[in-house]
Structures are given as C-alpha cells and as structure tokens.
Design a protein. Sequence first.
Length: 367
Amino acid sequence: MNATVALTESKTSATTTTSARIDRIELTRPDDWHLHLRDGEYLPAVLPHTVRQFARAIVMPNLRPPVTTTVMALAYRERILAALPAGSRFEPLMTLYLTDRTTAAEIDTAVASGVVKGVKYYPAGATTNSDSGVTHVDRARPALEAMQRLGLPLLVHGEVTDTSVDLFDRERAFIDRVLAPLVRDMPGLRVVMEHITTRDAVSFVESCGPEVAATLTPHHLLMNRNAIFVGGIRPHYYCLPVLKREVHRQALMDAAASGNPKFFLGTDSAPHARHTKETDCGCAGCFNAHAALELYAEAFDRAGALDRFEAFASFHGPDYYRLPRNTGKVVLVRESWDAPVEYPYGADTLVPLRAGEPLQWRQLPEA
Ligand code: DOR
Ligand code: ZN
C-alpha cells in the first residue's frame, strides 16, 4: 500500500473472513489538469466547486471569443482571480486556443509570460466553441514547431470531424490519421491526449515516449455508453468524446489504476445551463466539479485500487507539467450523500452529474 496515503480500515466481517474496507482517504491536495470555468456570470458560479478540491487547474480556452493570445489569457486569468471566493487560494494555469493562424511568436510570448502552460488543439467543429479550431494540422506547424522547441504541451481534443466516421470511432480515427503521424514527425513535442475514452487511446499513449500523456475524466471511469439511454435519453450524460462501450471503460480504469505516470486526473467538468442541455439539440458536457474527487474515489474504490488514487490525482499531473507537487492535504470519508438536483448558474441553473442521486464519498471541509 502506498505509504503516503493514510487509509483507515474497518473490519466488515464478524465471523470467519476479515475483509478490510477503506473508509478514509487522505491525499496530497490534487490539481485538475482539464477544466472549463467559462466566463462572465457563470465563472463565479462554478469556480468555488473547483477551489474546494483542487489547488490548481488547467483552464480550457474555448470561450466566445476563444482565448487565442497571451494577452487574452492574462486578462482571463485576472477575471478568474477576481472571482475567487474570499480567502481562498487557487492557481489557474492558462492555455491558448490553437488556430490555423497561431504564430511561433505567439508561442514565444506565451512561454515568456510564465502563466500559459499549454495550447489546446480543437479540430475545427469537433465540440463546444471549436469553430475557430484547427482545420488541418499542417496549418498549425509553425506554432507546433515552436512548442516542440520550448517544451510547451499540446493539449489535444482527439476526435476527427469527418462525419463519414462513426461517432464512436472518431477517437481511434484521430489517432490513426492525425496524432500518430504528428508524434512520429515531431518526437520532441509534448502532447496530452485529453479525456481519453477508448482502449485504443490507452494503448497509443502507452506505446509513446514520456512526452505523450493523457487525462481521464471521472465520468469516463464510472460509466459506459448505456448511461446515456437508461429509461430514456439522458442529456446530462452526453459529452464529447461520448461515453463508449464497457470494454473501453475497463481499459481506462486499468490505465488510471496502473500507476503509469502518463495517466492523470482531468475532470473535463463542462458546465452548460440546464435549458441548453434539455432541448432538441443539446450541448455536450458533464458538470462534475461539485463532486469530482468523490466520483474519482468511487471509481478507484470500485476497482479495488484506492491505494493508487493519490498518485493519479496528485503526483502524475504536476510531474508531467514540471511543476511542484502540492503540499496541503484533502480528506475523503466513505459517507453517502445526495448530489443536489441543481445549482445556480448565473441567471440559469446547472444540473450536476448524479443530480439527486447518492454519492459514496464525501470530502471533509478543511480543518
Ligand atoms: O463534452 C464536452 N464539453 N467536450 C468538449 O470537448 C468541450 C466541452 C465544453 O466546453 O462544453
Ligand atoms: Zn474539455
């Protein structure tokens, strides 16, 4: 058992067998390596949820308009800091939104700023606010060359937008058509394949050198695609890349629990107002920041891998991003509570993952 994780065990069997059950987990304070905080009236609605659990987060740049320059990233960072709950400490790690026109000079500026920690590659049209994304990877070459030279990670939404490819195969097609050739041509480029959803992505990341890593969301560790259709269509379980078959969920969970430092926590918490999900053409994204650590704990617990949770949540991410590990602690206890049915979201409301349903772990408030 990992000596740095304090695990309290209770004996659950009265008679012959003694099965040890872990009821308390103490972790080095984790970071969220993939997060959507939005902007304007929505930002102060979601930020406290993340601040409660995480010390830092890689903040996605798919705003309207997208965060395409360092100047915009610095301004967005100031808005995030201004929205922090009084007395809280949290470090937003900023990203730029890669376009066909991103220059090498912009990458130089980004790195020199010290606050931009990655550049997000959305294939144009792949997901929410991705219209200004990259139309062909070759168009982004000057920026990618500069990133390779400077060691700035490329954070990839790994799905092709080719509508002739089945929705459930778009991650694999992206690996074959775009990512594998890119990694071959630019072996020094640091790449995080974000929110991976398939065993193909797990195998690909495992097969690459240490420059290539991946984030895993709590929803892709806990659920397979059946969740979208239980008793009717469930818009709050729709995200991109979409949930996949059980065999893929198992491969993701195995990767998360493997101890391999290439795999780390990134919630992809992606809030959308209730009425934009519960409609005839609903937005992609699951909001999980209200209970991200609790959901991950449940996934690791189910897999019998709680002793691997801390490395995944608190060590692999900072090590990859070449940042110091955090020093504070968070404590989770095994305790059932129902997720709220909704949260305020500016003038709207937001439906969290597991709305109105029980969660099995609870983070204790800071002592
Ligand atoms: O489900 C998703 N929601 N996937 C993404 O890639 C974007 C995100 C969002 O911004 O809502
Ligand atoms: Zn995302």
